[in-house]
Ligand binder design. Sequence first.
Ligand code: GLU
Ligand code: MG
Length: 437
Amino acid sequence: MADGHHITHYLVTDLAAITRGRGVWDAKGAPLKSGVGWVPVNQIISPFDTIASPNPWGSHGDCRLRTDASTLVELSLAEGPDLRFALCDMAGLDGTDLGLCARSFLRRMIAELEAEGLYILSSFEQEFWLDMPGSGEPTPGFSYQRAIRNEPFGAQIMTLLEQAGVAPEMLLAEFAADQFELTMEPSYGMVSADRAVISREVVRAAVHHAGGSASFCPLRAAGGVGSGVHVHLSLWDRDGQPLLHDPEGTGGLSILGQAFCAGIVRHMPALCALTASSVVSYERLQPHRWSSAYTCMGDRNREATLRICPVVTGGSTPVERQFNVEYRAADATANPYLVLGALIAAGLDGIRSGMTAPPLVNCDPSELPEAELARRGIERLPQSLGEALDRLVADELLCAALGAPLVEAFMIAKRHEIDACAGLDADALCRRYAAIY
Ligand code: GLU
Ligand code: MG
């Protein structure tokens, strides 16, 4: 770094969940810029760096990335570059919401929830593939061998994540070869989505600098175990009291919790477009992989798309303060702001409509006979991105929550992405996406 100066990057995460932006050469100590210029059509660039044509913006138009100073990350990689970046909202030149910004959508959904006196506490649990120089032959799932071969790099990553303010908790060796999982403390509002973005960029930068490669791609080899992003959710009141739990309720859920979960289950097929947003996502969402494949809720069931999580009894933290549910049909090709915003919108629909608890599915739903699935109102999740997009356009509630400009931009971007993958078999799809995410 040149003495007295640094480059500050102003970043936005687009509809393909790629974080892009502009670097500004700043005097050290100078305040953060309130924003930088940007281009509306950038929101719909595909992961393959192609742009759907025609589109409503084309070569015309300018907008601003408006800095959220609370997200500033400043840290130095060991014997490497400094990372200095802040996350931004995308707005018009006059500051108005163009309706294209995923982060602004999440802010709107949080405001709607808070208007009901409800506060969301959430955390994105992220699995990823890590290949470091010298890590050798594949190691057993969950093994200490894998964890220790990754040291001291693992501890360095966690230190960087701590400095980045994302409150890391665990870095664990996962089941599949070369797979790890990062968990972070839960946080209120949009902080968890910011942390998902920040943690991925810090991991990618640190791994690359150390001569390795990291990929958050949902699937690396066809037919194998995937890397998911599991979103843990709970609702709290204004005074910090937990609202999701009632020991007498279905699955330990309060009436409010049952309604919130029922809303999420009701909207699951459409939610998938926003939470499993790429063509390769649907290679992961298969039965028997613990990735989830059916529209259902289960108590401590890893084949259920919405899982009621375990609690520890007899400890110092009361059960109701641990109690949370986990949405499992998400991955890192989905924009975290769309993921959390859409889950809130769906859950809020359940609350406003007074929905009752969906049936608890405590087995692998793919093993239930068709008639039983039908009786319980359970369906297979969409099996392709195209099918998920069709379900999203048909979901009036989610479309209204997103707003017409965001729905239009999302559909254009994602239909273009489908076309760009035409003819690729599952292995080729995995390779193509793994190189990007
Ligand atoms: N790797 C699985 C997935 O694709 C999840 C395994 C787990 O339950 O942690 O989501
Ligand atoms: Mg896991």
